[in-house]
Write a protein that binds this ligand. Structure first.
Ligand code: OTD
Ligand code: ZN
Ligand code: ZN
Length: 345
């Protein structure tokens, strides 16, 4: 049996690094494992212009420290009022790698998101022209749609139409959680890709609801039934080239999750590669791990593959019960569990 796994250094195509003291506490965990990461713009207030995004990027570089060559890849938060010229200018200047579409009120920090996708067609048309990727949180927000159905309904009502209207737009369907999404991406053309988180490969909704309500398994989109998890594992480990690693690490203080109205989001950055590698091993697909973690993402984003490598060793590691992230206590994904792989750097 394989005892070590050396792959090109991976990138994380979906992270929430927060800001201020918490940024300093969490960003080094991502920078330790990944060369680059797509940084989500859902701060408060959201990152809606070039100056704000450039300043945030500088704070991230400072937070990871001088010893690190970690490169944050920044995103613009789309609103109903986003100016197509600002998007194109920021992309040309290298400030925004991509833009993020949050349907208004779909998840944490999405209150300023887009209320109707038709309103931003001029922006999306410009993005299609310049080849700038659109990153989508793919859930409808209608009160009458069950939370477990919101991704599938988004595909039927919004995404199918968007892609038919703008076939030249390059789209990443973020953190997919359903068999419907896996099928959609597999059947879509070369301009559509997806990210998958470690939690949606490891847990189904029972993890959140059986034996008591477990806030540390709660994120958005919420984990679904087992057959959806199986479909995601099949897609991720199949060798399909338009699916790649995106942890959606989304740290919240322990007391804000263990509350009557607990925040959505899992902190999975400290053991991200160990978590994914465990899945690939269970699926007998370790030979496909490098494509998912290190090659498919750069190919879609039209960036070079990283030149360095990282090594994972097949040894049990126990995930700590919590982390002190620069003064904030955070419970990580897999807290107290043992994973099969150790990140050796
Ligand atoms: N939490 N999901 C997402 C963001 C956060 O805390 C967050 O920022 C998302 O969908 O991007 C989530 O559970
Ligand atoms: Zn999202
Ligand atoms: Zn996210």
């Amino acid at each position: 049996m394989t005892q070590t796994l050396t792959i090109r250094r991976p990138d994380d195509w979906h992270v929430h690094l927060r800001d201020g003291a918490l940024l300093k506490g969490v960003a080094p965990h991502t920078a330790r494992q990944f060369a680059r990461a797509i940084v989500m713009p859902n701060l408060n207030p959201p990152m809606t212009d070039m100056a704000g995004v450039a300043a945030y990027r500088a704070r991230i570089v400072e937070a990871v420290g001088q010893g690190s060559d970690f490169a944050p890849l920044m995103t613009l938060y789309l609103t109903d009022d986003t100016d197509p010229d600002e998007v194109a200018r920021g992309h040309a200047a290298g400030v925004f790698v991509a833009a993020k579409l949050y349907p208004a009120h779909a998840t944490t920090g999405s209150a300023h998101g887009v209320t109707d996708i038709a309103r931003i067609y001029p922006v999306l048309e410009r993005m299609a022209e310049i080849g700038m990727p659109l990153l989508i949180h793919g859930e409808v927000t209608d009160a009458d749609v069950d939370i477990f159905d919101r991704e599938a309904v988004f595909i039927a009502r919004t995404l199918t139409r968007l892609i038919a209207d703008l076939p030249g737009l390059r789209v990443v369907f973020e953190h997919i959680t359903t068999a419907e999404a896996a099928d959609f991406v597999r059947d879509a053309g070369p301009n559509v890709a997806a990210t998958i988180t470690p939690q949606h490969l490891h847990i189904n909704r029972n993890a959140m609801l059986v034996g008591g309500i477990r806030p540390h398994a709660y994120c958005l989109p919420v984990a679904k039934r087992e057959h959806h998890r199986q479909a995601l594992r099949t897609l991720a480990t199949s060798g399909f080239d338009r699916v790649f690693l995106g942890t959606d690490t989304a740290p919240h203080a322990q007391h804000l999750k263990e509350a009557a109205c607990g925040c959505a989001g899992l902190f999975n950055a400290p053991f991200a590669l160990e978590s994914y590698a465990t899945v690939f091993e269970e699926e007998g697909a370790l030979d496909r791990f490098e494509a998912f973690a290190s090659r498919n993402g750069p190919a879609f984003y039209r960036l070079p593959v990283n030149t360095q490598t990282v090594t994972l060793v097949r040894e049990p590691v126990t995930v700590p019960a919590s982390y002190d992230c620069n003064g904030t206590t955070i419970v990580p994904f897999h807290a107290g569990e043992t994973l099969n792989w150790r990140f050796a750097g």
